[in-house]
Ligand binder design. Structure first.
Ligand code: SF4
Length: 252
């Protein structure tokens, strides 16, 4: 995604988040949390730049990628995507018509291939109810679409939010292990446990903006992969260290 495609908020131009939230009246967040999230975002954007998520050739491929990357690295999902394309299976209609065994063979590189083939066929069936057109989702409320997606075989909260945000372009903040790791290290006193609590933390304290959520999630992932590592986080090299409870302690 080019920088020009970001909304003003996603470019870090929302200025004072709290003021904006007061103006819109759409959020009753916690002022400290809003300031922390605002500052964190601006530093990560400055450090890593726009991330251009989600890497895909269109919304259907994005949805397929969200399913294939479950429990595996993106590189494996990307290999399965390429195999699906080579097999002529990268469309909802082709996935519906193909035997599950054929789909499974194509997505073998992503692991759990029988399960994932079943999930892809279920998603293709779901999309068929909307004329195979993701555009039809854009008129829905994010919570409504999310609830529908959660009813599809194999779609959990993270994959549903990925699809709502990156395929439909609707604001639903995505939580993953990287986000959880960073938030818990930065703000351990908040005791934010579980997907719903973490998602509410972001959504209550940020402007409701799909472009901002898109970029923020991608930046957190970049930071967790490069600096806030699972073992031995590189606090000395971290742009967030003065904002982070763990980082401040580590550097005393
Ligand atoms: S200071 Fe350390 S623990 Fe905190 S976000 Fe940075 S790398 Fe992670």
């Amino acid at each position: 995604m080019a920088d020009g495609a970001l909304s003003a908020a996603a470019r870090g131009g929302w200025g004072c988040t709290i003021l904006r939230m007061a103006e819109t009246g759409r959020r009753r967040g916690d002022a400290r949390a809003s300031r922390l999230l605002d500052e964190t975002y601006q530093r990560l954007l400055s450090r890593y730049g726009p991330q251009g998520w989600w890497p895909s050739d269109g919304p259907f491929e994005m949805i397929v990628g969200a399913i294939l990357t479950q429990n595996t690295a993106w590189t494996n999902a990307a290999r399965a995507i390429a195999a699906l394309k080579d097999a002529g299976l990268m469309s909802p209609a082709a996935l519906r018509e193909a035997p599950q065994s054929e789909v499974a063979e194509a997505v073998r590189p992503s692991g759990y291939f029988n399960e994932k083939a079943r999930k892809l066929k279920a998603m293709a069936g779901f999309l068929g109810r909307y004329g195979d057109d993701v555009e039809a989702w854009r008129a829905m409320a994010p919570r409504e679409l999310r609830a529908e997606l959660l009813g599809v075989y194999g779609i959990g909260p993270e994959t549903a939010d990925d699809i709502v945000l990156y395929a439909a372009g609707l604001p639903s903040f995505v939580i993953d292990v990287y986000t959880e790791r960073i938030v818990r290290r930065m703000s351990p006193r908040r005791r934010l446990h579980g997907y719903a609590a973490l998602q509410e933390y972001f959504e209550r304290n940020l402007p409701r903006d799909a472009s901002l959520y898109n970029e923020y999630h991608a930046l957190l992932d970049a930071h967790a992969k490069e600096v806030c590592l699972k073992r031995d986080p590189r606090c000395g090299a971290c742009t967030l260290r003065d904002l982070c409870a763990t980082g401040r302690k580590a550097l005393v």
